[in-house]
Ligand binder design. Structure first.
Ligand SMILES: [Zn+2]
Ligand SMILES: [Zn+2]
Length: 390
């Protein structure tokens, strides 16, 4: 950053650079109570909403997006993949033209380890540094390369803009750097997801949209108008404001038709009340337990067994390890794995932040209990904890 500031010889950039260094070096005073820092007065423009952010970083985008210099100089940075995807999706929708979907082909790498992993499940995995299963593009959209294809021209991090699209080849123009303006062809390539819970291979274009990008990926990029999305975990997507009062004695709160009475007010929550389930359900207002993956992913013992083995490997707690490793685990252990599995599914396995609690709707709890009941039929209530039930 500093080098580039000096090269450009822009006095305001020098002030900005000094301010950044001061923050980085801890030279700005902390607020007494909150221990937060107050940003310098002339530092950046602060906006209240995400729409405002998009509007101020990409003003009048319809008139400018065809100008590659303009496009290349504007970007939004966010910390989390989920936010990046959402912002990208949102901005691309503004552009004219047809949205084209390119679906990846996902396969498990070690076939011996596979116990019928549903392809749909691999498709649902959204991993950092990997293109999405369903890559949706428009002509004119900026993209960023996720792998080295042909260095130094096409490297991990090269930004381009889509020029033409066919089933297996994308034609794109390089947006910046030494090869700016070059027109190149991008093929689909196999990408390894070795860090995922199940190592698998995804055949897809090694790119993602680049209106917004993660802060990590932005390193080494030069932009003149840069917005930062500081939407943080505090008010996370999974928290819902629901009035639980008086729910115990009726089922008026359930609109999916599959919830049953629970033991406490706080458990009386319908899957239709959880906005983060919306994406999985594809806008249908059907109960989440009717989703074609639900019984396979959350209830199927073969699938749960894989998670069980992973948990045994990962668990440090000896008592939990022993419970999980029993020859015939008790149903409450299976239920515990079901909850884990459900949480992972809802969070696409990766987006789980610390303290990011997934709320279990009553219908899901109900299904899991039907499949793995208590021997005496008595239900102990759902405890949200990291430990196995005692
Ligand atoms: Zn319901
Ligand atoms: Zn439901």
């Amino acid at each position: 950053m500093n080098m580039r500031v000096q090269l450009q010889n822009d006095p305001t950039a020098q002030v900005f650079s000094k301010q950044l260094l001061d923050i980085g070096n801890g030279e700005i005073e902390l607020h007494q109570n909150t221990q937060y820092i107050k940003l310098p007065d002339i530092f950046c423009t602060v906006v209240e909403t995400r729409n405002e952010l998009i509007e101020s970083v990409f003003p009048d985008i319809l008139n400018y997006y065809l100008d590659h210099n303009w496009l290349c100089n504007h970007a939004i940075l966010a910390a989390r993949n989920v936010d990046v995807n959402e912002i990208n999706f949102h901005i691309q929708q503004i552009l004219p033209g047809d949205l084209v979907s390119f679906k990846s082909i996902d396969t498990v790498i070690d076939e011996n380890k596979t116990v019928n992993f549903p392809t749909e499940f691999l498709n649902s995995l959204d991993l950092p540094g990997m293109p999405p299963h369903n890559l949706q593009l428009k002509i004119g959209s900026p993209i960023i390369l996720l792998r080295n294809l042909n260095p130094p021209q096409l490297c991990n991090g090269t930004r381009l803009v889509i020029k033409k699209m066919t089933e297996n080849i994308l034609e794109a123009t390089i947006l910046s750097g030494k090869f700016k303006g070059d027109i190149v062809l991008l093929p689909r390539i196999p990408l390894m997801a070795s860090e995922s819970p199940i190592p698998f291979k995804r055949l897809q274009f090694p790119i993602c949209l680049a209106f917004a990008m993660t802060i990590n990926k932005s390193q080494g990029q030069t932009m003149s108008i840069c917005g930062i999305d500081r939407y943080l975990q505090e008010d996370n997507d999974n928290s819902v404001v629901v009035n639980y009062e008086g729910r115990l004695n009726n089922l008026n709160w359930c609109s999916c038709g599959y919830c049953k009475g629970m033991l406490s007010d706080i458990e009386c929550l319908c899957c239709n009340e959880l906005p983060n389930l919306e994406k999985i359900r594809n806008q249908e207002r059907k109960c989440i337990t009717l989703h074609q993956s639900f019984s396979k992913l959350i209830l199927d013992k073969e699938i749960l067994n894989i998670t069980r083995h992973n948990l045994i490997l990962k668990t440090k707690n000896r008592i939990n390890k022993k419970k999980l490793g029993q020859h015939h685990p008790e149903n409450k252990t299976w239920r515990f794995i079901c909850y884990k599995q459900y949480t992972s599914w809802v969070n696409s396995w990766i987006a789980m932040g610390r303290g990011n609690r997934v709320v279990l709707p009553a219908c899901v709890e109900q299904k899991i209990r039907e499949e793995y009941p208590e021997p005496n039929g008595i239900y102990v209530g759902f405890k949200n904890s990291k430990n196995l039930p005692a």
